[in-house]
Design a binder for this molecule. Structure first.
Ligand code: SR1
Length: 407
């Protein structure tokens, strides 16, 4: 029986997605022979790839379900799909070429239709195959400076900016981050998922460290109250589609106005996971050293390029009168870098201790190596949080990683 799309939302199957593409999209010819595969591997949504087997034309239909895929404990409004569609439209203008083209959004089915990027690869998967992307640091820093700085009060007219803050209020997805990144990893929460051989290290070095806990409390307040920039909100390597000469940022459903360093920190942490994976899965020797060095240099370049581009765009685009006062942009950028370091640290800890892990670490088969890799992530993470006031250059980030990995 053919699916009839009425005014009521339901979660689609692959067959429904074919019918939806045929009857709702106006993208494919009448004669199209459509097939569909659900390809989502994220924690939240369903992702259908619909292909016309005759012409080869294809699209992605991304639908938000009423609960998260990772666990039905997370009940989420499918309105997150509106946030995702609207921010992709906005980012398409702010950072042209770095996000997929959106073809449409359906507020009843809570789905959006977008460009199929199957000629790209998810960056996390590519890095786990030890691939290198020499243009990534340049691409991601352009994307971040444009989307983050151009949405601040430094550049935007303040009432327009406040309208965006309102439009992208995203309380449910923010709550996930507040719980999963800032709170649960730092106490013995039932929902945590700790590799048994790592638990003692966590108890001794994370949960018992009162100074660290105090810093996480300060950072949580900063995340909840600093409406600085319109963030992607979940900028890990699984949210990056990449090929040699192209980088596309996807999955911005966690978008909201928060501290700019949140996005930059997530990028740094997730490249660190890839580096730790290379260190603990590749054999000793040239290839491993090369991959570790490539990732270390990429981290260094990202921080330094971000700073240079941030200053340039500030000088070209700042409209706020006080932005020109001597020393202010340096003060502002230093705060973004402190947040970057702190968030990188939090992400490094939460992906080891909390409920949502990363394949870079969970695919390390040898238990002893995995435990050692996890200790490296936690140690770097803790240092990034505690030493954040003094990490102002790419070389500072690279040094902490190098010192810990080589120890
Ligand atoms: C319930 S969602 C778990 C995690 O997946 C997303 O990608 C975010 O990183 C979130 O924290």
């Amino acid at each position: 029986m053919e699916t009839v799309f009425t005014a009521e939302y339901f979660t689609m199957t692959e067959a429904d997605a074919v019918e939806y593409a045929k009857t709702r999209l106006g993208i494919f010819d009448q004669s199209a022979e459509l097939t569909c595969k659900e390809i989502g591997d994220g924690n939240l949504n369903f992702v259908f790839k619909v292909v016309d087997e005759l012409s080869g034309k294809s699209v992605i239909i991304k639908q938000a379900g009423p609960v998260a895929r990772i666990s039905d404990e997370f009940k989420l409004s499918p309105d997150r799909n509106r946030i995702e569609s609207e921010i992709l439209d906005l980012q398409y203008k702010l950072a042209p070429g770095f996000v997929p083209v959106m073809y449409g959004y359906d507020p009843i089915m809570n789905c959006c239709v977008m460009e199929d990027l199957s000629d790209h690869e998810i960056m996390r998967t590519a890095l786990l195959k030890y691939k290198k992307f020499p243009l990534f640091a340049d691409h991601i820093t352009t994307y971040m400076v444009n989307t983050l700085l151009l949405t601040t009060d430094v550049v935007m007219e303040h009432k327009e900016k406040k309208e965006l803050v309102k439009r992208f209020i995203n309380p449910e997805l923010c709550e996930i981050t507040e719980d999963l990144v800032y709170t649960e990893p730092f106490f013995d929460c039932e929902r945590n998922d700790i590799f048994p051989a790592t638990r003692a290290f966590v108890v001794e070095n994370i949960w018992s460290d009162k100074e660290l806990l105090l810093e996480t409390a300060k950072l949580k307040q900063e995340f909840m109250t600093n409406a600085q920039s319109l963030l992607h909100g979940d900028l890990h390597t699984g949210s990056v589609f990449i090929k040699e000469d192209s980088t596309k940022i996807i999955d911005p459903e966690f978008a909201f106005y928060g501290p700019a360093g949140y996005d930059v920190g997530n990028v740094i942490a997730n490249l660190t996971f890839a580096l730790v994976n290379a260190k603990f899965t590749m054999e000793d020797g040239d290839a491993r050293d090369e991959q570790v060095e490539y990732l270390q240099n990429t981290i260094l370049d990202i921080i330094d390029l971000f700073k240079v581009k941030f200053i340039k765009v500030w000088e070209e685009k700042a409209t706020e009168r006080t932005a020109g006062y001597e020393g202010f942009k340096e003060h502002y950028l230093a705060n973004v870098l402190k947040d970057t370091s702190a968030v990188a640290g939090l992400e490094l800890c939460r992906r080891i201790i909390g409920i949502a892990h990363v394949k870079d670490i969970t695919t390390i088969k040898d238990g002893k190596k995995r435990a050692a890799a996890e200790k490296v992530c936690l140690t770097v993470g803790k240092r990034f949080i505690m030493e954040r006031d003094s990490l102002m250059e790419g070389a500072d980030f690279a040094r902490i990683i190098k010192e810990t990995v080589e120890n």
